[in-house]
Design a protein around this ligand. Sequence first.
Ligand SMILES: [Zn+2]
Length: 192
Amino acid sequence: MSRVDMRSAEGIEFVVDTGAPCLDLLYTGGEGDRARWETLHAAGDLARWVATHLLGRAVAAAAVDVTAEDLIRAKELREVLWRTANRSADGDGPAAADSAALDAAAARPDIAPQLRPPGVVTPVTGSQVLSTLARDAIGLLTGPYAERIKRCAADDCAIVFADTSRAGTRRWCSMARCGNRDKVRAHRKKEK
Ligand SMILES: [Zn+2]
C-alpha cells in the first residue's frame, strides 16, 4: 500500500498516493512542525501501523513484535527518510550519514514473504520492519521514479511523494486538497 489517509489543519480529509511504502512512514508524524501529527507514541502504535498499513491487514498487530527500542529506531529512520525525500525533491542526493543509515538498516533481513497465509513469516520483528522500509527506499532512490520524487506544488504544503503516474506530470499531493484549492484560487483571480 502506498496511500495515506490525511486530515488537514482545516479538517479536510484527503488521501495521498505517496507512491512508495517508505514514504508512507513520513506521514505518521516526525520532528519539528510534524510533531503535531505524531501517531507513533508507543511500540503498539508502530505494531498497528505495520499490521494495518505496511502489511495491509495481512497479520494482526499482535504478530508484529516491536519494542520501545524499535520505535526509537523507526523514528530515526523516519527522519532519515524525510531528509532524503526532501533532498531528492530538490534534486540532491542523500547526505552521507543518511545513506549509511539506510544501508545499515537494509543489510539486515527484511520481512520474509510466505506462500501460506498470512503471507509473511510471523512474528515480524522491528529490525525486519526497518529493513523492509530501508530496502524500499533504496529501491525508490535507484529505480525508475528516483527523478520523480516531488514536493506538492502548493506553497503551504510540505507533502513529498513519488510521482508514479504514466505522464509524470503530477503536481499535487492530492487533487481533493491542494489541487482543488489551486483551482478555487485561479477561479477567484479570474472573477476579480
Ligand atoms: Zn499538497
